[in-house]
Design a protein around this ligand. Structure first.
Ligand code: NAD
Length: 487
């Protein structure tokens, strides 16, 4: 079989670095690898890194590797991409600004397996502006992209497996939500809920357990190695470069987009928000969106840290796919009527250096930064990425949590030279889903909540560092958006 890797930035490089470390990776996917990325050798240091990673793959497997240094565009989809697609091919799409739905359409037509980690769209004009036309604003949400994909999928009715939005978050964050839900149900001896979870009836279990809010809570404490960066990337432009531990462009694009919150109907918060079906006929109402940017709303949450303690965080309400897919999957209906749904949102306390970039982005009225830099492990001194699912239940003071805390020291210990904890969390998730896809080739279009959570967790666990699962001994009695907003 052939694998086509679209995009070879931070996550793409990590996929190349992690494959030789995974015994269960389906070897049949390693007959041929085609990498498509116009900027693959943008910097001489990155060229050296990729050549080294490719050399290792070639030495370990008899794999043919071809690099296409061109961008995929609206105009060349059928000339560049289509000829590469057939039923013996897997596409791993970890690029940015390519319309994922158009690629999925081609893959469905050609019976090609496909996975991405975020549902991207073509670059939009004047992305720094948020329109006052709420119908147009809705078209800028991920919820609308899910709606578009659902419409397309209804027409195609294709059975072979396509996995949409499976990285860390979105991705195995849904696995952590289900692990936490099951562990909590066991802890309070609610065996009916445990059984429901085992049967895949997650919405009814969440309803019985009175789950009211899910935070995707993340704190990234990774610190940069300024000397290394100055030495390696000559004349590094510190003042005009947006820096992050994963796709910088992906991050500022999400952060300047309108907030999109998985919506618990019981939350009567006094925040100006809009309902999808008022602006798009047929759209589901599991989220609310608003004319506030992700970077302009901060929420309180808490994460476990690496000192066996807990850190209260104030994080950005970044729009993410899981707010939409999880809140939809956890909507409980009785005789067709929606009776319950938990809130779902991302609370992201990103790395210290990214916050400097965000401050500058705001000062520059959200205009696209001139340069970007995605930090490799070698650019980092220390720190960790703590990310997981924080669950709050009605009338229960202490939240319940399941998540990973992966440090730079952990990934070095695992033998990584270039991949940071953040991208290792993403890449291992992608590859676990790929393994499941190769063993389950006719499951149609899947989101993270459709994959067997305990199986995926077992595959990923050795790469996730310290796992925390249990009560968080920091009472959080306030559950509504208004109460959780931080100054
Ligand atoms: N779900 C998750 O947990 C998660 C986490 C991190 C990143 N992501 C997503 O994964 C994707 C990759 O992240 P990353 O950190 O590797 O980003 P990155 O910015 O480092 O890399 C993206 C790569 O795509 C390439 N690219 C851009 N336009 C292209 C085109 N038209 N054709 C082909 N290649 C193109 C770029 O040159 C770049 O090398 C992003 O969409 C990001 O949002 C998801």
């Amino acid at each position: 079989m052939k694998t086509v890797l679209i995009g070879c930035g931070g996550v793409g490089k990590c996929i190349l670095e992690i494959i030789p470390k995974i015994k269960w990776f389906p070897k049949k996917l390693l007959d041929e690898l085609i990498i498509i990325d116009p900027n693959i050798f943008k910097h001489s240091f990155h060229k050296k890194v990729i050549e080294e990673l490719i050399e290792e793959l070639k030495n370990k497997y008899s794999i043919k590797i071809k690099i296409i240094k061109k961008p995929i565009t609206k105009n060349n989809l059928t000339t560049l991409l289509l000829p590469l697609l057939d039923s013996n091919t897997l596409v791993i799409d970890v690029s940015i600004n390519i319309d994922g739905i158009e690629i999925i359409k081609l893959c469905q037509k050609q019976n090609t397996f496909y996975i991405n980690t975020s549902l991207e769209v073509w670059e939009i004009p004047e992305p720094e502006k948020l329109t006052t036309d709420i119908s147009k604003l809705y078209k800028r949400t991920l919820h609308y992209q899910h709606y578009r994909l659902e419409q397309q999928n209804k027409q195609n009715k294709i059975k072979h497996t396509i996995i949409c939005e499976f990285g860390m978050n979105p991705g195995i964050i849904s696995v952590f939500v289900l692990l936490a839900l099951k562990s909590y149900a066991k802890s309070i001896k609610n065996y009916e809920a445990v059984k429901l979870i085992d049967r895949g009836n997650y919405a009814k279990a969440a309803y019985l357990l009175k789950l009211s809010v899910i935070h995707v809570a993340e704190q990234d404490t990774q610190e940069i190695n300024r000397n290394f960066i100055n030495k390696t990337y000559k004349n590094f432009n510190w003042s005009e470069t947006f820096i992050n531990t994963w796709s910088p462009s992906g991050y500022y694009e999400e952060g300047r987009d309108p907030i999109q919150l998985g919506w618990n109907p019981k939350d009567k918060s006094n925040v100006k928000l809009y309902k999808p079906s008022d602006y798009q006929r047929g759209a589901k109402d599991n989220i609310r969106f608003g004319r506030t940017r992700g970077y302009d709303m901060k929420l309180h949450s808490v994460v476990p840290n690496r000192n066996n303690g807990f850190t209260k965080i104030k994080g950005f309400a970044i729009p993410h796919g899981e707010a939409s897919s999880l809140s939809e999957r956890l909507t409980y209906k009785i005789t067709g009527h929606e009776v319950y749904r938990p809130s779902v949102y991302y609370v992201y306390d990103s790395s210290p250096i990214s916050k400097i970039s965000i401050k500058r982005l705001k000062e520059n009225n959200y205009k696209t930064p001139k340069y970007t830099h995605n930090l490799l492990l070698s650019d980092l001194k220390n720190g960790y990425d703590s990310v997981g699912a924080l669950l709050m239940f009605d009338n229960v003071a202490e939240p319940y949590y399941a998540g990973t805390i992966l440090s730079t020291a952990d990934v070095k210990h695992m033998g990584f030279k270039y991949s940071s904890p953040t991208v290792v969390q993403v890449a291992i998730s992608i590859l676990s889903a790929v393994k499941w896809m190769m063993d389950n080739q006719n499951k149609g279009l899947c989101y993270a909540e459709d994959l067997p959570f305990e199986y995926i967790y077992k595959l990923c666990k050795p790469f996730l560092g310290k796992i925390y699962m249990g009560k968080i001994p920091v009472p959080m009695k306030k559950h509504t958006i208004t109460e959780l907003i931080a100054k």
